[in-house]
Ligand binder design. Structure first.
Ligand SMILES: Cc1cc2nc3c(=O)[nH]c(=O)nc-3n(C[C@H](O)[C@H](O)[C@H](O)COP(=O)(O)OP(=O)(O)OC[C@H]3O[C@@H](n4cnc5c(N)ncnc54)[C@H](O)[C@@H]3O)c2cc1C
Length: 376
């Protein structure tokens, strides 16, 4: 099989799907995925939370721009709300009280946090043991995101705009010949395009190397999560997501169950991340020390990779060394929130070498995101 298009996007996670859908409006776009379905890796393994006070300033600016799309997507994107109110509450045990001041100080002015009393915290989240809470803060701006619907929405939009998605095609070689990139896949198929977008998630540096680019220093970090039975008295449907500001562990409602994680970040090579027994045992231990829950059974568990470069901001832009080689990597723990605005921003950089005006007005510049900054 041989396929030619204007844009070849590698990786059908949420980032690749969003940028391919954007590019399909200005040319022919092909999206290639090594797994048998899009979203098998990080995009299908997130906590699906919209947290506008999380991450460095550039991330928050892009997240705020994405939210405008998620709140009001174009007609036909999905038939139900993508963001629904959830709130998040952060508590700290005695000895860590200063962390609450730190969190309040770094909150974005447009989305301020509110300190609440330990008693109010336990009222909002009855599962918490009162003695675990010395101070607490509420983030009323946190929302549940329908990550699956967002991803499917972009894939559907790509198709609607005439783009093609190929799964089960692992790109194993990338070569620039004349005006085109030529990609070979494990199945022997060939893809060619003048512009390649590297949206390979944890594999982005590997894909860059294939094309002869210098690494951006991407580090995938494993995070493990478990699902356990809920209890409507201890975790009423209105309960905010609850996180421990001292350790970063968290627990939240997930379709009538509870999802919990240590908030761990263990360096890993790019791989099909799997949960480790020790991490799961530590999540259960955290839950039983801080909440009234008794974990009888872990119903489901998974691990996923969050991939960061040194400054924890995404890497978006053409590589100076590679004619038509575009990076869209390093979405870390924010990739679902970022996807809509990053897709639009990537299109604008590819089409006219410009940051969209609304994102520039939020203080973003091409230099903030450029692959070159990772190599200084
Ligand atoms: C436990 C956990 C909780 C998270 N919680 C949140 C959250 O609450 N909110 C949020 O916004 N984000 C969250 N994230 C982060 C978010 O999931 C990621 O930032 C996002 O999914 C990254 O998307 P991606 O498309 O860049 O990567 P991926 O989804 O990993 O997609 C990359 C794709 O590239 C493909 N690929 C790689 N190499 C090749 C190749 N050679 N040929 C073809 N295809 C290839 C892979 O198979 C993969 O499908 C969380 C992540 C984890 C693990």
């Amino acid at each position: 099989m041989s396929n030619r298009s204007d844009y070849l996007v590698i990786g059908a996670g949420i980032s690749g799907a969003a940028v391919a859908a954007e590019l399909a409006e200005i040319g022919s776009a092909t999206l290639v995925e090594m797994e048998e379905r899009p979203g098998y890796h990080s995009s299908g393994r997130s906590a699906a939370l919209y947290t506008p006070n999380y991450g460095p300033a550039s991330v928050r600016a892009i997240v705020a721009a994405s939210a405008e799309f998620y709140r009001n997507p174009m007609p036909g994107f999905v038939d139900h709300p993508l963001l629904t109110p959830r709130q998040a509450m952060s508590f700290v045990p005695a000895g860590f009280e200063a962390k609450i001041d730190e969190a309040m100080a770094v909150a974005t002015p447009a989305t301020p946090l509110q300190e609440i009393s330990p008693d109010q915290a336990c009222k909002l989240a009855p599962l918490l043991k009162r003695e675990a809470v010395a101070r607490a803060v509420l983030d009323p701006h946190v929302m549940d995101m329908d990550a699956g619907a967002i991803h499917q929405g972009f894939l559907k939009l790509l198709k609607h705009r005439g783009g093609q998605t190929f799964t089960d095609h692992r790109i194993t070689a990338l070569e620039r010949k004349g005006s085109q990139w030529h990609a070979t896949t494990s199945s022997g198929a060939q893809f060619a395009a003048p512009i390649v977008i590297n949206a390979g998630g944890a594999w982005a540096d590997e894909i860059g190397r294939m094309a002869g680019m210098r690494a951006i220093g991407l580090q995938p970090m494993r995070r493990t999560a478990i699902i356990i039975a809920s209890d409507p008295v201890l975790a009423p449907p209105t309960m905010p997501a609850v996180d421990d500001g001292a350790t970063e562990a968290y627990v939240k409602l997930d379709a009538g169950r509870l999802m919990a994680s240590l908030g761990d970040a263990t360096p890993s090579p790019p791989c099909d991340a799997q949960p480790e027994d020790l991490d799961m045992a530590m999540i259960v231990d955290w839950l039983e020390r801080n909440t009234h829950l008794t974990v009888k059974r872990i119903e489901h568990s998974w691990a996923g990779l969050r991939s960061f470069v040194a400054d924890h901001c995404p890497v978006v832009g053409f590589d100076r060394a590679g004619d038509g080689f575009f990076w869209l990597a390093g979405q870390g723990g924010y990739g679902i929130m970022l996807a809509a605005a990053l897709g639009r921003l990537s299109r604008s950089l590819i089409e006219n070498d410009r940051i969209p005006a609304d994102l520039a007005a939020r203080g973003l510049s091409a230099a903030n995101l450029s692959p070159d900054r990772c190599r200084l």
